[in-house]
Design a protein around this ligand. Structure first.
Ligand code: ATP
Ligand code: MG
Length: 332
């Protein structure tokens, strides 16, 4: 049977990119006959500084976003990464399998560490190894993520391959990554060449799941665009990163193709397109943000979901840790 694992870092409020690249897929995958594990990656979040009280409330908020987006705790296991000891345990074991040269090639580290990489945490550097542990701990076969995680998922497969090879076993499956479809890479509203991110200091760069109607409209109005009209053919969007992104958001949310959007808006300028886009975003996002607000009023219910999810995740993962240690010759 298929096993799906994915997660979202508890590093800030969720945005439209997280919704289209991850949350929506998590909910849609409930139609499949599979086991589903969706974590809130708080151990990944602390690779950069997090205020403790805020980290805790972000963890609950992300759990609430899962629920609001339609992830159902009866069909999916929702849990905080740090509540399941196997992530850290397998993470260490894999630190001894992964190679320094592999990590040196990771572009996300370069982006997040910035210019002064001497001051970055070691956790930020080995983060992709913990991510390999997250996935292989459940022997996951499928991992739905956004485009930006492509390189890390390759590394997960390399860890599984090297482990199986070095210990002459066929223990870990090579997980397949699922990043197809519209919305796999939503860009910043301020810069069409940077991805929309929770950790971007500019709030105007993203649409948060918690934004109200006026905020959404004003962010789209201020979104970077260009002075030209929209083309009537897709090819005309090449070299126009911002225009391409805004049209892509419209298509992904309205569940239509980019060609469909251009057949309606080709020849029109952003003065006409932006209000239409704002309407689509509000239309799709406001039911989710309404459910989210209601859920946030009931933190005890969120904690119940997380506790039950953590118990289930521990039950499934503990034997994998034990077996991995046995294969490696560790006393247990
Ligand atoms: P951070 O800036 O802290 O890394 P993030 O916005 O990149 O936050 P993550 O928690 O790292 O969010 O990623 C959660 C999921 O959302 C992953 O599957 C990731 O691929 C997806 N995702 C993140 N940003 C985008 C985006 N701009 N477009 C599509 N998917 C995205
Ligand atoms: Mg990220």
């Amino acid at each position: 049977t298929q096993r799906i694992l994915s997660g979202i870092q508890a590093s800030g409020s969720l945005h439209l990119g997280n919704y289209l690249g991850a949350l929506k897929k998590f909910a849609d995958m409930q139609a499949l006959d599979a086991e589903r594990y969706y974590m809130i990656a708080d151990l990944h979040a602390i690779t950069v500084w997090q205020d403790p009280a805020q980290l805790l409330s972000q963890t609950r908020e992300i759990a609430a976003c899962y629920l609001a987006a339609g992830v159902d705790p009866d069909r999916s296991v929702i849990f905080p990464q740090s509540a399941v000891p196997g992530h850290v345990e397998l993470g260490w074991l894999f630190n001894c399998v992964a190679r320094l040269g592999w990590l040196d090639r990771m572009t996300q580290f370069k982006d997040k560490a910035g210019k002064d990489k001497e001051r970055a945490s070691i956790g930020l550097y080995t983060y992709p190894v913990l991510q390999a542990a997250d996935i292989l701990l459940y022997k996951a076969t499928h991992v739905p993520v956004g485009e930006d995680q492509r390189q890390h998922l390759e590394l997960t497969r390399d860890v599984a391959k090297k482990f199986n090879h070095d210990y002459k076993v066929d223990y870990f499956p090579l997980p397949e990554t699922l990043y197809q479809g519209p919305g796999a890479r939503i860009m910043s509203l301020r810069d069409g060449t940077a991805k929309m991110s929770k950790s971007d200091p500019s709030d105007n760069s993203r649409i948060n799941l918690t934004d109200d109607t006026d905020t959404i409209a004003s962010k789209i109005k201020k979104a970077k665009s260009d002075a030209e009209v929209l083309p009537s053919e897709e090819a005309g969007l090449e070299g126009r990163a911002e225009a391409k992104n805004l049209v892509g958001i419209y298509a992904a949310l309205a569940s239509v193709s980019v060609a469909d959007v251009l057949s309606d808006f080709g020849g029109k300028g952003f003065g006409a397109f932006k209000p239409a886009l704002a309407e689509v975003v509000v239309d799709k996002m406001s039911p989710i943000s309404e459910r989210l607000r209601a859920l946030l009023n009931d933190p005890a219910e969120i904690d119940r979901v997380l506790r039950a999810g953590a118990d289930k995740a521990i039950e499934v993962s503990a034997p994998v840790v034990a077996e991995t240690k046995k294969i490696m010759g560790l006393w247990n």
